[in-house]
Ligand binder design. Structure first.
Ligand SMILES: [Zn+2]
Length: 486
């Protein structure tokens, strides 16, 4: 026995550890993807030609990497492409786009991580790898591997956004996304901690830190900015009201948020009033990071153009659209090769706007308000309806709590069988006349959606069970009972 015991220091298979801090050329990274404040003086205001040249160089590098991933090689070869065929960004439309369904197939074909990644499990010892997933769905969530560049660039993207929204070194920024498998909380953490000199307060969602405690911690420790979804900020407003907590007393400087389909700005106005601080909208994704952000001008969202190339596709056919047309966003990551993300149709509907010098000094193309998610889109009597498009009418009406859930079901039998959508809406209190509220919302929703839907008024705090509000990073707005036959 004694002969076999290992001698400390005498391990002949001594492992070479891929230390994180040596895995990146930090000076090169900061030069290539300037964090704030350098961003606003460099990449954030490049001439259109210089930007195009930069995007082109990065695009070709990512395309070359993608050829080594079986997922891309298979799809691109099937489309008749060969290495070398893509000579510049002008050729991008020759590359087939893909959706999250294709990524799920890639994972099923080469479990557990999928063959869109350039490395398999055996590569994990050579570079520091982090596993992140998309938000909760049924079955295993969609997994993405992050190498240090993928992690740090999404941190830089986020830091640029926060800086443009007024964040500065020394701020304490409370993050109400859980830093777990989904990526958003980490984007916030890394941006704030690594690239802003500010302090992240990672309270997580209401499931990790109950809403009352979120507010108590904020007050006790001096939170002066927030990184939180609009829906959860509204929830905190309700909780503050119930516990007679003075939100204005927090002295909040600004709030980084995702406002959803806040087309007429009702949610933003209500939140700004309740918090006594400006609220900034942003747009990002699990795989591509923080794609676009509002600056203090609150005039649409600046695109992080040196990190992502954006196109738009028709919602129904997937055909390429001209810039400025309403359509699904197709993203190509310009910074990450782990994994390459090339022509990813995210099925998020937005509108792009032309490059212009903004009041903040940045000069970029911009993105509109988020208009809806196509994989949640339902066809109702021939009209495309996005559940998120109900938000504006519901939030605007002071008689509601702002909470709603769209329920799709089949009604009738045989030839008379048809699809119906009922919007369940919470009334603020039992003193609200449910009949009058339902009538008014039916009319408002008919106007906003372009099709008639029914409205069912329910009591306050009863929808959270189904929407996941306060417990999950994402709030569910569609309950589809059609497949269950109900
Ligand atoms: Zn701006």
């Amino acid at each position: 026995m004694a002969d076999r015991s290992p001698t400390p220091g005498a391990d002949t298979t001594m492992a070479a550890i891929p230390y994180y801090w040596k895995a990146v050329d930090w000076d090169a990274l900061m030069r290539d993807y300037p964090p704030p404040p350098a961003y606003a003086a460099t990449t954030g205001r490049m001439s259109a030609d210089a930007l195009r040249a930069l995007q082109n160089r990065r695009f070709l590098a990512r395309v070359a990497e993608a050829w080594s991933a079986p997922f891309y090689r298979r799809r691109w070869s099937a489309a008749g492409l060969e290495p070398g065929d893509i000579k510049s960004l002008d050729d991008i439309a020759k590359i087939p786009s893909f959706t999250s369904d294709d990524l799920k197939d890639a994972i099923a074909a080469a479990p557990p991580f999928g063959d869109h990644h350039p490395i398999g499990r055996d590569g994990f010892a050579r570079t520091p790898i982090k596993i992140q997933t998309s938000g909760g769905t049924t079955g295993l969530p969609r997994v993405t591997l992050f190498d240090p560049v993928a992690i740090e660039v999404q941190g830089i993207q986020t830091a640029r956004a926060l800086y443009a929204q007024g964040a500065r070194p020394g701020d304490i920024i409370q993050i109400t996304y859980t830093t777990a498998l989904p990526n958003a909380g980490w984007c916030a953490h890394d941006g704030i901690h690594h690239w802003l000199g500010a302090t992240p307060l990672t309270t997580g969602s209401g499931a990790v830190t109950p809403s009352e405690r979120q507010l108590e911690y904020a007050k006790a420790w001096g939170t002066n900015a927030w990184f939180a979804r609009g829906e959860y900020l509204a929830r905190l407003v309700e909780v503050a009201r119930q516990m007679k907590f003075d939100l204005h007393g927090l002295g909040t400087k600004h709030i980084h948020s995702f406002l959803g389909s806040d087309i007429e700005g009702h949610l933003r106005r209500q939140l700004e009033e309740a918090w006594g601080a400006p609220v900034y909208d942003n747009y990002g994704s699990h795989e591509v990071g923080l794609i676009a952000f509002e600056c203090e001008a609150q005039d649409r969202k600046h695109i992080n153009e040196d990190t992502v190339h954006i196109e738009f596709a028709d919602v129904d056919t997937g055909a390429a659209l001209d810039w400025g047309a309403r359509g699904n966003l197709v993203a190509t990551s310009l910074h990450r090769g782990m994994p390459p993300i090339i022509r990813y149709n995210m099925r998020d509907c937005l509108i792009g706007s032309a490059r212009a010098r903004c009041a903040c000094g940045l000069e970029t193309r911009k993105l509109s308000t988020f208009l809806g998610r196509s994989d949640e889109m339902v066809k109702l009597r021939g009209t495309n309806v996005y559940p998120l498009a109900c938000q504006s009418a519901v939030v605007e009406d002071e008689r509601t709590t702002g909470e709603y859930l769209c329920v799709m079901r089949h009604v009738g039998e045989g030839m008379a069988r048809r699809e119906e959508m009922t919007v369940r809406v919470e009334r603020r209190s039992t003193a609200v006349d449910a009949g009058a509220l339902a009538d008014d919302l039916r009319n408002a929703l008919h106007h906003d959606l372009g099709v008639r839907v029914d409205v069912e008024v329910v009591e306050a705090d009863t929808l959270a069970e189904l929407t996941g509000l306060g417990r999950q990073n994402k709030v569910k707005r569609l309950l589809d009972l059609r497949k269950s036959g109900a």
